[in-house]
Design a protein around this ligand. Structure first.
Ligand code: A3P
Length: 330
């Protein structure tokens, strides 16, 4: 059997990546199946790092590709659904979002690309990619391109609580040890979380959006929750898929907002019972991506002191950047 060029590239580079990864600082505190490793200033498990290193060396975007970027637990699922529905304009019965989790509708650069490198050249293809890496850790081919980048961020208190719940659900699914709230909080406040430090993540995209506003759109989850229609139109305009007046008159914006709402998506059969990455051993239950979708839910898990500590860290880290997260301590 003949091996394709990609087949030969992957195994060779994997050995090289594994060697580099074995030299990186490690942290086991989150009790994942694999430790977190510190690479280019952010923490990540080796399997995802391999995917990113492979993308750094090989990925070439198409000129019309759009990158949906986020730290974990900041509204990625929602952004993917909104962007996918907007770009494809399909809300009929053939809409993939009806039978696939939003994460399975858009290739994930950090993981899907290494598994199937030829997807970058596949046509026709919905021109969307997603990634969790910091702006500075995107492949240079993306940074140096004119491709559009959309970033979503969220109040770190809600994002942290969401991450902690998610991590514990993962632990239950894979029968690995759970991390206590206190332990997770300490690690998070010290900058150690998946794809963290969170503040560096947010700042990297914030600075890029300030420097290249036509190329990097910076969104906040809380603002989107308050006026989803406004931000959907902004997203559509930015991506180059504006709604026409006729579409607006026919309610296309409201229909997408409604379809992608937490209530609707979380109640679809696929998201209640299905699996994300069903082809992989175990997969993730799709319902893990839908918990409450509320602003300020952190108060049900963190003490006010913990909230104030995280706010203070963010304030210190973001000082002078012009970016602020409205504290919701009251
Ligand atoms: P909570 O855990 O606070 O409920 P991500 O998609 O980046 O993994 O983020 C997950 C968070 O987004 C979870 O927050 C989840 O409930 C919320 N979420 C998922 N789908 C959403 C939607 N359609 N609208 C708003 N929030 C959503």
């Amino acid at each position: 059997m003949e091996t394709s060029k990609e087949d030969q590239v992957i195994p060779k580079s994997l050995t090289k990546y594994k060697e580099i990864i074995s030299t990186l600082p490690q942290e086991n505190g989150w009790k994942f199946a694999q430790p977190l490793c510190l690479y280019q200033g952010f923490w990540l498990t080796p399997n995802y790092l391999e995917g990113i290193m492979f993308a750094h060396e090989n990925f070439k975007p198409q000129p019309d590709d759009i990158f949906l970027c986020s730290a974990m637990k900041t509204g990625t699922t929602w952004l993917k659904a909104l962007a996918f529905a907007t770009v494809t304009r399909t809300l009929n019965s053939s809409n993939p979002l009806l039978y696939k989790n939003p994460h399975d509708c858009i290739p994930f650069l950090d993981k899907d690309y290494i598994k199937n490198p030829i997807i970058q050249n596949t046509k026709p293809r919905v021109p969307l990619w997603s990634t969790h890496v910091l702006y500075s850790s995107l492949p240079k081919s993306v940074i140096n391109s004119d491709c559009k980048i959309v970033y979503i961020c969220r109040d770190p208190k809600d994002s942290f609580v969401s991450l902690w719940h998610f991590t514990n659900k993962l632990s239950s699914q894979y029968n690995i040890g759970k991390i206590s709230l206190q332990e997770a909080f300490e690690l998070y406040c010290n900058g150690c979380s998946v794809y963290g430090p969170y503040w560096d993540h947010v700042l990297s995209y914030w600075k890029a959006s300030q420097e290249w506003p036509n190329r990097v759109l910076f969104l906040k989850y809380e603002e989107m929750v308050k006026d989803a229609g406004f931000y959907l139109k902004k997203l559509a305009d930015f991506m180059g898929f504006s709604f026409s007046l006729e579409e607006e008159r026919e309610g296309a914006v409201d229909k997408i907002v409604e379809f992608c709402s937490f209530e609707n998506l979380s109640n679809l059969e696929v998201n209640k019972m299905g699996k994300h990455r069903p082809d992989e051993k175990g997969g993730f239950d799709n319902n893990m991506y839908f918990r409450k979708g509320e602003i300020g839910d952190w108060k049900n898990t963190l003490t006010l002191e913990m909230g104030a500590r995280l706010d203070k860290i963010m304030e210190d880290k973001l000082r002078g950047s012009g970016l602020i997260f409205n504290s919701s301590l009251d």
